[in-house]
Write a protein that binds this ligand. Structure first.
Ligand code: NDP
Length: 605
């Protein structure tokens, strides 16, 4: 008997049929006809939920000048593209950012306990270039924000940046071959080239719970944490002002999982209000030993780590797994299951079944972990996630489940229905009113809403073509970067490129390289315009459609932002995919594209 046989002999067999039936019953409980419309857009009387609690707004004169490159968004996308442009000798870069500093996600999300979910060594961009040594396997938010600021300083991106500024209009001026940019601060300036890195999850949303406007206590969204009210700070100082407070946190997604342990320690009473439990696996964070780091940090180390991680995610089998985290563990398990198949059974159906088996096993382990940690068996039952792991964002934490053992912390499970009502004094679930002093909305960010609503403006390209028109039937691009009809504009995001969701920054740093090279080439040729040809864009989209489709977001999953809240996906969603051969293959392909020097698919004028 092999070790594997011995292990499987001791494990009870999984009743897959019963599990699937349970998954479907749990999903059905949560399906609702209003999908994304269930959420409130934060505007009008709710606009105060968007105010920046971190940086005071500074008055300044409007800009009316011309820059070489204007970039919308000062998160990772803008920073890494800006850095690559500066490295390529293009240093007249202006980043326009609605927050008060660089950082994007990490500017806004300063809730206690915020940390990256993908290992710092590959998640934090430009570590090798800046020389920063991450302090932990999964760095906390202040360190990631500091890395953003470090990039900003090192590449002198602060000099020309416009903070607390939102684009109102960005249109292509065909006659002068340049972009005209107008903002909410009265700016009207021009740029030869523009980049867009507005990020997928930056517009907070509120649950559309009846009575939400009637609450008379204090409330805020997790992405605008009110430390004046809670006490403490983003570095983890205790939230001392909550000691005598009754607090409710609504939502149990990745954000809530990270901040609940801090709230549980601090609050007089904490209600964690749950609609769907998250799957919460082991985190195993650890400090990074600087001595160990210097032993591995030989030139090119970060790219080697990035490629090694991407290989594990793309089904390749690197000899060593450098990153060793929850994501690579998941891939390793799937691969091992598939490798156990006898050669004659290596059919797509059997491989899919092996994939499913490994998912069932993983989720059973995650559910068993709840029982082993949470002492109250009723709460433990309710904290178990009944869906396949990639139906929702997998979470990893070593203190979240433990928080439910704190005497002042109570799970209020809504049995998939959500909060019934908010009253002046608190909230109602299953007819019971819970009185609270403060409600914290951990209710996430807009995903399925229109691109122009999330970006805040609709890009106007050649001949007045709006981006919303160009993408009316779904996104169309070459490499996810260039869009026909929008010359000298570059999109920095994963879709239609590598689409590596488990490590988004890798997609962005790589696109930064392509953009810097393309701009440099345009200038070197003495050209004023670069644009993808319609033919090249069409054939790229055709190639994308030969793939297996989206990996996440199956409609049979429990509802969430991965699957359009459980409603049938819009026809446009079929184009929200990546390179059919996978992320590793994409990075190799695009590297060869860049090296060839042919700029295939682009027209220079
Ligand atoms: P999510 O959208 O994941 O979670 C929102 C939560 O609010 C869900 O639990 C949802 O329940 C709940 N909710 C919505 N409406 C109601 C209602 N009416 N009553 C009760 N509960 C309700 O937002 P997060 O901010 O947690 O995370 C968003 C994304 O941000 C993550 O998926 C991840 O991609 C990213 N993130 C990454 C982190 C990292 O990398 N370290 C950390 C935090 C976030 P239901 O599930 O039923 O819809």
């Amino acid at each position: 008997m092999t070790t594997n046989d011995a292990k499987s002999a001791t494990k009870p067999a999984i009743d897959k049929k019963a599990l699937l039936a349970k998954y479907i019953a749990e999903r059905d409980k949560r399906l609702r006809a209003d999908g994304n419309a269930q959420y409130l857009q934060i505007a009008g009387r709710f606009a105060h939920y968007l105010e920046d609690p971190y940086t005071p707004r500074v008055e300044r004169a409007p800009k009316t000048d011309h820059v070489r490159f204007a970039f919308v968004g000062g998160g990772f996308a803008g920073l890494v593209t800006g850095a690559r442009l500066v490295e390529a000798g293009i240093d007249d870069v202006r980043i326009i950012e609605k927050g008060g500093d660089f950082g994007g996600t990490w500017y806004w999300n300063r809730y206690p306990g915020a940390q990256c979910d993908t290992a710092s060594m590959i998640y934090m961009p430009l570590l090798e270039e800046t020389g920063h040594v991450p302090t932990e396997k999964y760095a906390h938010a202040p360190e990631i924000l500091a890395q953003c600021q470090r990039i900003g300083r090192q590449y002198k991106l602060y000099d020309n940046a416009l903070f607390h500024t939102e684009i109102e209009e960005m249109s292509w001026d065909d006659e002068n071959a340049r972009w005209v940019i107008q903002t909410n601060r009265g700016d009207r300036f021009t740029a030869d080239f523009v980049g867009l890195g507005t990020g997928p999850l930056h517009v907070p949303k509120l649950p559309g719970i009846p009575g939400i406007e009637s609450f008379e206590g204090h409330s805020f969204h997790t992405s605008r944490w009110d430390y004046d009210y809670t006490g403490g700070d983003p570095k983890g100082a205790p939230l001392e002002k909550l000691a005598d407070k009754r607090v409710a946190i609504i939502g149990t997604g990745a954000t809530s999982v990270q901040c609940v342990p801090h709230l549980a320690r601090a609050c007089g009473t904490l209600y964690v209000v749950q609609r769907t439990p998250s799957s919460v696996d082991v985190r195993a964070n650890a400090p990074i030993d600087p001595e160990w780091f210097s032993s591995i940090a030989t030139p090119g180390w970060q790219l080697r780590w990035l490629e090694n991680f991407t290989d594990t995610q793309s089904g390749a089998m690197p000899e060593v797994d450098l990153v060793q985290d929850g994501w690579t563990d998941l891939s390793r398990r799937i691969r091992e299951k598939i490798m156990q198949l006898p050669p004659e059974e290596m059919t797509p159906q059997k491989m899919l079944a092996a994939f499913e088996d490994s998912d069932f096993e993983k989720m059973e382990e995650i559910r068993a972990r709840v029982d082993s940690i949470v002492k109250d068996s009723e709460a433990a039952q309710k904290l178990k996630a009944w869906y396949r792991q990639l139906c929702k964002r997998p979470c990893f934490h070593d203190a979240y489940l433990q928080a439910f053992n704190e005497p002042g912390t109570h799970l209020v499970d809504t049995d998939g229905k959500g909060v019934e009502r908010i009253t002046p004094k608190g909230f109602v679930v299953a007819g019971v009113e819970y009185e609270v002093d403060c409600i914290i909305y951990a209710s996430g960010f807009e995903v399925g809403t229109e691109y122009k609503r999330r970006a805040g403006f609709d890009l106007t390209g050649r001949g007045g073509l709006k981006l919303s028109e160009a993408w009316a039937d779904g996104m169309r691009s070459l490499h996810g970067i260039h869009v026909h009809g929008f010359p000298n504009a570059f999109f920095v995001q994963p879709t239609q490129g590598a689409n590596l969701i488990s490590n988004v920054p890798h997609n962005l740093t790589d696109s930064g390289r392509t953009i810097a090279l393309t701009v440099k080439e345009t200038l070197a040729r003495g050209c004023r315009e670069v644009e993808v040809t319609k033919e090249a864009q069409d054939s790229w989209v055709e190639l994308l459609l030969t793939g297996a489709g989206r990996m996440t977001g199956s409609p049979d999953c429990t509802p969430g932002y991965y699957n359009n809240e459980g409603l049938a996906p819009s026809p446009a969603a079929r184009l929200s995919v990546g390179y059919p051969a996978g992320a590793s293959a994409y990075f190799k392909y695009i590297d060869a594209w860049r090296r060839s020097g042919g700029f295939k698919g682009l027209a220079f004028r």
